[in-house]
Design a protein around this ligand. Sequence first.
Ligand code: SF4
Length: 571
Amino acid sequence: MKKLLRINMTTLKATVEDTPDYLRRLGGRGLTSSLISKEVPPACDPLGAENKLVFAPGILAGTIVPNTGRLSVGAKSPLTKGIKEANAGGTAAQKIARLGFQAVVVEGKAKELTLLKIDKEGVTFISASSLSGIGNYELVERIKGEYGEKICLISIGPAGEKTLTTACISVTSPDFHIRVAGRGGLGAVMGSKNLKAIVVDDGGQSLVQVSDAPGLKEASTALSKGIAGNGFVGALRQFGTPVIVMVTNTACALPTKNYSQGQFEKAEAICGEHMIDLMKTRPDSKAVHRCMDGCIVSCSNVYTDEKGEVIVAGLEYETLALAGSNCMIGDLDTIARINRLCNDIGVDTMDIGGAIAVAMEAGVLPWGDGKGALRLIEEIRTGSERGTMIGNGCKSTGDKLGVRRTPTVKGQCLSGYDPRILKGTGVTFATSPMGADHTAGIVLPGEADPSYIPVVPTGQGPKSQFMQTHMATLDSLGVCMMAGIPVIETPELHGHLINCVAAVTGETLDEHYLENIGATVLKTERAFNDAAGFTKEDDRLPAFFSEEGMSPAGFVFDVPVEEVDCVNRFE
Ligand code: SF4
């Protein structure tokens, strides 16, 4: 029988219950969104007692299937005010799955800051008052020292404790680097429950039991071969996600100067190719790194300084775009330090990059002022008025400073793709129940569909729908998008992935399984947001994307509103 671990922070009691029928076939985002829809009132205060925080491994977590250890975190978002799932790599999902839990549900609010330890014996509630205000890097070292190196740590930094709406949730990798469920302010929900951290110790449990082990081995081997042979994966293995910088810059889609330009004159100084060259001169840097056991892509990196001290692992595309080009900061070391500071304080690098750029547009800092940006972000920790403004994100900063050009949808900053060039991605940013989000369904041109033209205004809705649906599926299975995108785009690989799920669960699944699961998730999320008061007007990009031709290409976002309004409407 599948189990849920329910933790009440008010009473400091944990119970293990049989998973209700409606959740039994679900995992990851599918499970978090279904549970939140059923148990959380859509109109509730996201930081109030009625909201719940759900941690769910995907359906394939803890098995031999590669790249399936993403941890989904779900709640009503204090940033978007809608339903939210953010996911991260690291080892937590595999450990939770191997402890036998389909999900961990956190409810209520503790009287004092608390640390939870979850292991084979159950849940221990430990006072964390002495950890108040501590950043994630120091916290990881302290916890590792106390509990050993076989555990995983899920934690918030000072921003989560302050319930700032860009607060994120950190999850440790096998070698105790910090991975982040970054979007939507879910760290604030954790902070609102007075929950500083969760230590997960699976005691070295073996793989989860599956229904058909030989069948799983066969399907998983075929899937791995297909992923490894993909050209996009080959580029990721060589340069990591920073390889995307020159791709978007060449396409005039790299957010620059608060989304007023699509090309950055210093793009070559912050791109993956340059990063690899620089890393060759840096002791102990790693151009390839895996954030979870079982990853066969290794798109991440360990970025060090001249002396070999780790600055951050990893320095990824979205941070380079939002905290780099979008702020006109053209220096890798500075962006890496911004990334580290955000990880330590526990805030989303994308929304913070967006907020800094908006502050630069308002004249708070000069464009490209990396040192000023670092000082401003440090103020989030100290709690100054400016720090609180930045810590509440791009939209809040624009509102406070009177900047009209805030690149946000449903209150959340766009990720690193200009929607005036990548119009299918623009439709996703507009219509995703998650708000503008890099994991919601980016639509890029590529080998899989050479006829696809991203700048034409029509035909973008169906492309966005396809990607949004399949991303919701990957998030439900626990598959990392770097390995999953080649699967989405290659019909032969769909069958291998479906066979993996069938071998794990013992279910008989048809060829429509992947699109059906994703469509059901989106429908559930849309219904929650509708009940929370969202309307079609919330599915719009900011007006400046339609009014201002971006430099230098001159394009505007001009996908017809009727086409936008057909997306994620499944009636
Ligand atoms: S491909 Fe990258 S993000 Fe995905 S599991 Fe591997 S290292 Fe993590």
